[in-house]
Structure formats: C-alpha cells, structure tokens
Ligand binder design. Structure first.
Ligand code: UDX
Ligand code: UDX
Length: 434
C-alpha cells in the first residue's frame, strides 16, 4: 500500500517513519519548502529521540520515503492519506483552527483517482471528519473514498515508543472496507496484541479529546492539591504516591508542577470545551481545568516575586529549562517561557539554559540572556529556578551551585531535589507542594 502523509510536523513525521518501519512506501507532503529541503538532507526540523536514525534509514537505506511540496502531484495511486497538519487554537479564541485541514481536504478531493482512505490524524473537534467527507463528496463519488478518524496519542520526547508500543489504537470508521484497510496497516501492532478499538468516527474523535482533557484534569487537580499541601505542612509527592497506588487512579500524570503546557493539552482542553458548547453542552469540569491551569504559571511567578519582596528590578534570576517538557525542543505554550516573561515584565534579568530548546526560544523571546550550561547561567544570579525536569538537571553539583549563586536559593518547580538535601548544604529551597 502507498501512503501519503500531509503535514510533516511532530506527528506527521513520526507517524510516517514508523509506518515505513512496517514496510510501507510513504510520501510526505508539506507546504514548508525549507523543512522539506532539510528533511531531504536527512536533517530533522525538530528534536525527538530516535527520529534522526529512522529518517536516515528510510531515506538512504530502505528508500521507502519521499518528500514533496506538491500534494496534487503526489496523490497518484495513493491508498491512504493521513492528514496531520496543524490544528492550533485560533488566536484570541478557544476553537481549533481547521483552515488547513479543510484546504488540504479540498486539494485531496481534486486528485483522487482510485479508492482511497482519508484519515484524520490531527486532533480535530468531533464532527470534523464528517465535514471532510462532505467536502470531498462535492467532487468525488462516495464509493471512491472513505474517511476515518485515527487519533494519535504520541507524547513528544517518547513519540516513537508511543507509536510502536501504544496502549491502544483507535479507528473510527463507517465502512467495513475502510476498517479492513486500517487494520491492515496496523497489523504489526495487532500481532503484538495491541488493542485495536474499532468504533464510529465521532466516538474516535471524542476519545482523543476526552483522553487529553482527562490527563490535563489529573495534572490540574494535583497542582491544586499541592497548593493545599504547602499551607498544611503536607507533602504532595507523598499524597500523589499514595493516591496512585489505587489502581482506579493510577500513578501517572500526578506530578505537581508549574502547570501543563505544550502544543496539545492547552489547545485540546479549550477546543473540547468550545466544541461541546457549540453543541449546547457545558463541560464545566474541563472549563475549570483550563481556568486553573491558565493561572498557575502566574501564581508561580508571584510566589517567586514575593520572595524578593516584589522588588525584581535588575534582580538576576536563573531559569533552567525552556522547553515545555524534557527531551523535546518544543516551547509551544511552555510554562517555563510564561514564567520567564512574567519575571522579566516585573523587571528581573533572566539567565536561561536549556539542552535543546535555546534555538526555538531565541526566535520567540530575546529579553532572556541565553547560556550554554547550567553553571554559566548561575553566575552572579540571585536565585535558581528549575522549570523543566531535564535529566541533566537531576545531577547538578549543588555545592558548586551554592558557591556561584550570589543568593543560594532554589525554586524547584519540578520537585527534582528536596528541602532536606538542599538545606543541609545551606541552600534555601522552595519546592512544589511541600
Ligand atoms: C499537529 C496538530 O497541530 C495537532 O493538533 C495534532 O494533534 C497533530 O498534528 P504537530 O505535528 O505538532 O501537531 O503540528 P506541527 O508541528 O505544527 O506540524 C504541522 C505541519 O503541517 C507543519 O509542518 C506545516 O508546515 C504543515 N502544514 C500546515 C501543511 O503542510 N499544510 C498546511 O496547509 C498547514
Ligand atoms: C500529550 C499527551 O500525553 C499525548 O497522549 C497526546 O498525544 C499529546 O499531548 P505531550 O503534550 O507531548 O503529550 O506531553 P505530556 O508528557 O503529556 O506533558 C504535557 C504537559 O503536562 C507538560 O507541560 C508536562 O510538563 C505536564 N505534566 C505532565 C505535568 O505537569 N505533570 C505530569 O505528571 C505530567
């Protein structure tokens, strides 16, 4: 089978490379020519562990992949098209921007010449896949194509593993024929006993939003419990650990921190709520999660500012970690960036270091002073903020940090260290939820 992937972002590229691992011929199509030129030179446009090796293997060894900026010319004899173009939040609104999805659908429709399955891989509000069917039906007879919803559950930083060892594969179809096609391409996973859930299109679309919104709810929940722990002399990590031992709750996604960020949770929580509201349903819990999380990075910046009696003018502070999570260079909706901007707006000078996200951060925010190591960023600084839990921040030489900080204080937003071990070294310590 020949597969075409439209939108070569974090999701499209990982999906296509993993499918080429299964032996399929893949054509990647993207409108960003610079991105395609780099990919043709085996240069991945973003950091994702393991992706460089897969790209190089299937570009230069198996030669199963090709890149093109021309969707129309690439549609010949294609059996499956994955739509994985961006569906960001609309500016100043909560709704998902589906402009690209619908534009791409129209172009696909103009070039279908044999039976073809069109798959929405991008996270799209319930009802979108059916709208894509209507768009295509205006040009193509209904028996020459089917639409499918096949949402992804890839986490940045572990996307390849999440594709190859998913908890489940969700296939939303309305015909046996398209269901069979999808089961065929995921057969390698099926053989590994991965549950393949076949359901309706709308159910598949809601599964994605409900899953992401529930994960976001767990995070927002434990973050508010952390606030209570701080004023009660309790420890949120012990609370979370004990909660997680209840198999009905589960231990994952109960790490208290500065709030959730990234290109998915913030936009998916907002889109879930706005889509439901348009259907007359108010998702009050999802709304509460969104409101709670939006305030959280500001609350954290306030807490740090209060420590300095809200006199941050020209106070140098060090921020370790700019990406929204470790093992990625993605800074989209990063709480680290939000906190840095808040502190700068209050007059602070922010020194920062991040193992991978410096380049992306420099494109977005130039008031930060960027350094190439954690220790350089700490020189002459009045406080250290650990904002993203990169592994290399777990083994810092705290004695050295204490010597080079002007003021030996750590705001550990990811609870990497403990009050006990830092206080023993004469470092003042503020964690989350303790
Ligand atoms: C995307 C969606 O944003 C997200 O909602 C969904 O869950 C998964 O797919 P991501 O891969 O992170 O997530 O998107 P992004 O990194 O923004 O890549 C989208 C790609 O689509 C970009 O390379 C962009 O150039 C391309 N694109 C966008 C097109 O090729 N054509 C378009 O019309 C629009
Ligand atoms: C998420 C979903 O996990 C994934 O299934 C979906 O396909 C895309 O969105 P991603 O956004 O890449 O993946 O990262 P994730 O690891 O989920 O973290 C999201 C945010 O939540 C990050 O800002 C992270 O710091 C935060 N987080 C996560 C917490 O604050 N606490 C936790 O316990 C877990």
């Amino acid at each position: 089978m020949k597969i075409l992937i439209v939108g070569v972002g974090y999701v499209g590229l990982v999906t296509g490379l993993c499918l080429s691992e299964f032996g399929y011929q893949i054509i990647f199509v993207d409108k960003n020519k610079e991105k395609l030129d780099n990919l043709k030179k085996s240069k991945c446009p973003f950091y994702e562990p393991g992706i460089d090796q897969l790209l190089d293997k299937h570009l230069n060894e198996t030669k199963r992949i090709n890149f093109s900026s021309n969707l129309s010319n690439s549609m010949k004899n294609i059996d499956i098209v994955f739509i994985s173009v961006g569906t960001p939040s609309r500016r100043l609104e909560d709704e998902a921007d589906l402009t690209s999805v619908f534009e791409v659908s129209k172009e696909i429709a103009s070039n279908i010449n044999n039976y073809c399955v069109i798959v929405t891989k991008s996270t799209v509000p319930v009802g979108t896949t059916r709208k894509i069917k209507e768009i295509i039906s205006q040009q193509i007879n209904k028996n020459k194509f089917d639409v499918v919803s096949n949402p992804e559950f890839l986490r940045e930083g572990s996307a390849i593993n999440d594709f190859m060892r998913p908890d489940r594969v969700i296939i939303g179809t309305e015909s046996k024929k398209s269901e069979e096609v999808m089961k065929e391409i995921y057969r390698p996973l099926f053989l590994k006993e991965t549950p393949i859930i076949s359901t309706s299109i709308e159910t598949a679309e809601i599964i994605k939003y409900a899953s992401n919104s529930f994960l976001a709810t767990k995070i927002a929940f434990i973050n508010e419990v952390a606030d209570l722990c701080e004023v009660s002399g309790a420890n949120v990590q012990d609370v979370a650990k004990a909660m997680g031992l209840d198999r009905r709750i589960g231990s994952k996604f109960l790490n208290a921190g500065p709030g959730y960020g990234g290109s998915c949770f913030p936009k998916d929580v907002k889109a879930f709520s706005s889509t439901a509201l348009k259907a007359g349903i108010k998702l009050s819990i999802v709304d509460a999660v969104n409101n709670s999380n939006k305030l959280r990075p500001i609350k954290i910046a306030n807490k740090i500012s209060n420590y300095y009696n809200n006199e941050l003018k020209n106070v140098v502070l060090t921020l370790l970690g700019l990406s929204f999570k470790p093992n990625t260079d993605d800074i989209r909706d990063s709480t680290s960036i939000i906190i840095a901007k808040e502190l700068i707006n209050r007059g602070a000078i922010v020194n920062a270091y991040d193992p991978k996200a410096k380049y992306n951060a420099q494109k977005e925010i130039n008031e930060i002073k960027y350094f190439d190591s954690a220790y350089e960023a700490c020189y002459q600084s009045n406080g250290l903020i650990i904002a993203t839990e990169w592994n290399e921040f777990r083994g810092l030489d705290l004695n050295k940090i204490k010597k080079i900080l002007v003021k030996p204080v750590i705001f550990d937003l990811r609870n990497i260290y403990s009050k006990k071990e830092t206080n023993l070294l004469g470092i003042e310590y503020f964690g989350i939820g303790s």
